[in-house]
Structures are given as C-alpha cells and as structure tokens.
Design a protein around this ligand. Structure first.
Ligand code: SF4
Length: 425
C-alpha cells in the first residue's frame, strides 16, 4: 500500500464555544467566519478578540483556525479587505478561505504570509484549475461538492496542491451555492451571506399544460413540494478519501449546534485514527454510524462522490421518523468518592430521564437520573433553568467537558429509508 498521509478533520465553528468544543472533540482544524466578507452572515461571526482567543486555544491542541471570507464582492465591498487580512495574519489565523478573485488578489498582495485557500464557491472540478490556483500562490483548494471520487483520484494524480473536500453535512440544491432563490424569495443575497434556505421551504407544485388550466402536481404521497437534498455522509468511505490523497476532510455546518459539532467531529476523528492505525483491517463501526444518526436532521447519502444524485436523494416522498436527541448539559466536575457529577444545565432535565454522557475519544456512558440537587443543595425533580449548576448521582466516572444528551420524546421526520446509502440499524 502506498504511503498514506493522515488528513485533517476540519470542523465548522460558528462561535467561540463551538470552536473549543470542536477541537476538544477531535477536530484538527476549524473554520470560522470573520466579521466581514463571509458567506454566513447569521452564523455568529467572530470579532478579532474572539479570533485571537480561538487561535490561542487551538494552539494548545496543535490545531488550526481558518477564516472563511468567501462572499461574492460587488464594487466597493472589497474596501478595507487588505487591512482585514493583515489583521487575521497577525492574529495567527492559519489560512483564509476566499472565493472572489478580487479578494484573493488583495489577500496575496496586501497580507503576504497569510495562506490562501480557494473556497468551494469557486467550483474547482479539475486539476488544471487547481494547478492554476497553485501557480497563483494558493496553498489549498476546496473542491466543488459536485466532484466524483474518480475525479478526486485524477486530480490528486496530477497536482500536489492541498485538497480539501466536504465529507459530511447539508448539500445545497444549487451548484455549489450559485443560487439566487433566496434573493428572490426573501430579498436576502445567498452569495453575500444571507441565504434563507428558500429551497427547503414547502411549495405547491403546479403543471401548466398548454391551453389547459393549471393542475396541482402531487405524487403518491400527498405532500408539499420542497427542493431540499438529503445530507452527505462519507463515514463508510474513509479509506477512499485517504487513499485518494485528500488533505482535509471538511464537515459542513457553521450554523449547527455544539451537540452536532462535537458528535460529528468525534466520529470522524475516531474513523480516521482507526484507519491510519490499521488500514488493512479498517471497518466502518456501527457505533460511528449510530452516533451520526443522533444528530441527523435528514437522510444521509454520499452526495456526488459515486454518481450524480438522482431524485431518490432529494427530499420529496414518504417520511419516516427517528428518535430525537437533545443536548441537555455538560459536566463541570466529578467527585469519585460521592459519585456525584456537577453539571451545567443546557436544556430541561427531569428525574427518570435516560441520559447519555459522551466525551472526546468515544467515552460513552448511559444512565437514568435518579436524583438531582440545585445550587443551594435542595433536591429537585426538574432542572428547567439554563446554565444552572445541578449535581446528580452518576455511578461511573465522567469527565469535565463531557456532554450530556437525552432521547427526547419527539421524533424527527426524515425521508424514506429505501434509497439511503448510510444505513441505520
Ligand atoms: S436557497 Fe438553497 S439552493 Fe439556494 S443557496 Fe440557499 S441553500 Fe443553496
């Protein structure tokens, strides 16, 4: 087997808290939004102070912080970009992810020493394009989501620039986000950070045969029409991603919760480590797949890696339901003598709830809440106050920083199971 390079696991971080959680749960690098030029105007963008703290924290774990500055700039938008990039460089940001050639040029010429990565918004799909950007001075290209695994292999054979590729998360129904649906439907510019995900709204779909009255189109299952795609998960294909020389495995979702970020980073870190330790005998463990399903919002498939997604990977059709897991708290400390955990409440907990502790490196432990006390030491049967410190009996050692989730009563609607590629048992 050829020499294998361990790829980094790259996680999204919409806030400083998510950045810290992602890194503690195994991300080798995170990408964040700065206070300007990013595509996620509502994803909790970072101030310079927060970026500096994020970089300090990341360094303790030998991790990297990238800043996405991937908006499409109109004349005037680029004002001040040079200063912005210099500031990022001086803070210690490891690279900036840029799409617009105007911003790329400014980053390279006005902030020398700041590595530049090409954003997926540039839709790089062939090695000549990657070579072009390498010659222009870029260090890495984020491939378009539309690239197949065969094309990844071909690209890797023909260029040595770093490759980053999406491996998990939501798929945009449009070609790498080139879409103005949101602009029309909600006057929010998707390419300047304002996408309102109008593709995922519910629509009535009409047929308009020539000379006839319009007719409501409905399939076997009478449902509203939506253009959403199923999410991507490449957990079962870690070997091919690594064998084809992808340098960075990217998880989508700067708007996602810390429950999501911690869970997904933890899973991919475990899967990559496991492959690098023993590539010959690697198997995709069911516990990894089960973990991903605990934070899934839609069915999971493999995007464009093994062929163009058909209508089966779109979200119309019969729904099915899976249990919903809620993030309810985090461990602050644990006293082994009294077997008591001090927990910060993040969502309502009630006596009798079945909860699961999960920590970096796949430390999982489930138990039932049998007793709880509030900060004053009073016994309580319900913990409704956000951020309140609660103590509870936990019969096994749990560690500070570990998260707690519970199976919620509700079920999440997903879509039909028959065509999904990532199976849940
Ligand atoms: S509206 Fe949908 S397809 Fe368009 S950019 Fe937003 S997520 Fe993508």
């Amino acid at each position: 087997m050829k020499d294998l390079k361990r790829p980094e696991v790259l996680a999204p971080a919409g806030t400083l808290e998510k950045l810290k959680v992602a890194i503690r749960y195994g991300a080798d690098a995170v990408y964040i939004g700065g206070n300007a030029y990013g595509l996620r105007s509502r994803a909790g963008n970072f101030s310079y102070e927060e970026m500096a703290e994020g970089v300090r924290f990341a360094k303790e774990y030998d991790a990297k912080v990238y800043v996405a500055a991937n908006m499409v700039t109109h004349d005037g938008d680029e004002q001040g970009a040079g200063e912005f990039f210099r500031k990022l460089r001086d803070i210690g940001i490891s690279a900036v992810i840029v799409s617009d050639p105007a911003l790329i040029e400014i980053a390279i010429t006005e902030a020398p020493g700041l590595p530049v990565h090409l954003s997926t918004q540039q839709s790089a799909t062939n090695f000549e394009t990657l070579e072009f950007w390498k010659n222009y001075g870029l260090e890495r290209v984020v491939l378009a989501r539309e690239v197949s695994m065969e094309e990844v292999a071909e690209i890797r054979k023909n260029t040595d620039i770093e490759i980053e590729a999406f491996i998990h998360g939501a798929m945009c129904i449009s070609y790498s986000g080139r879409c103005t649906l949101s602009n029309h439907m909600s006057l929010r510019d998707a390419n300047r950070g304002g996408c309102s995900q109008s593709c995922r709204w519910k629509y009535d779909l009409f047929d308009l045969p020539f000379g006839e009255e319009r007719r409501l189109v409905q399939g076997e299952v009478q449902e509203d029409f939506s253009m959403s795609a199923v999410d991507m998960s490449m957990i079962q294909h870690i070997p091919e991603l690594i064998q084809n020389g992808i340098d960075s495995l990217k998880i989508e979702g700067r708007m996602k919760s810390i429950h999501y970020v911690s869970t997904v980073a933890n899973v991919y870190k475990a899967a990559v480590d496991s492959y690098m330790e023993d590539p010959e005998n690697w198997v995709c463990k069911q516990e990894w797949v089960d973990e991903l399903w605990k934070v899934a919002q839609r069915e999971l498939a493999t995007g464009f890696y093994y062929g163009t997604p058909s209508e089966k990977e779109q979200l119309f059709g019969a729904r099915r339901k899976i249990p919903q897991y809620k993030f309810v708290g985090e461990v602050v400390e644990y006293d082994e003598e009294t077997e008591t955990a001090l927990v910060r409440q993040r969502n309502v907990m009630t006596l009798g709830d079945e909860i699961e502790f999960y920590g970096p490196g796949f430390h999982h432990f489930s138990t039932v809440i049998e007793s709880m006390k509030d900060e004053g030491g009073n016994a309580i049967d319900r913990a409704p106050n956000p951020m309140e410190l609660i103590s509870m009996k936990v019969p096994e050692r749990v560690n500070p920083g570990e998260m707690i989730r519970k199976k919620a009563e509700g079920l999440i609607n997903l879509y039909k199971e028959d065509k999904v590629l990532v199976k849940r048992v």
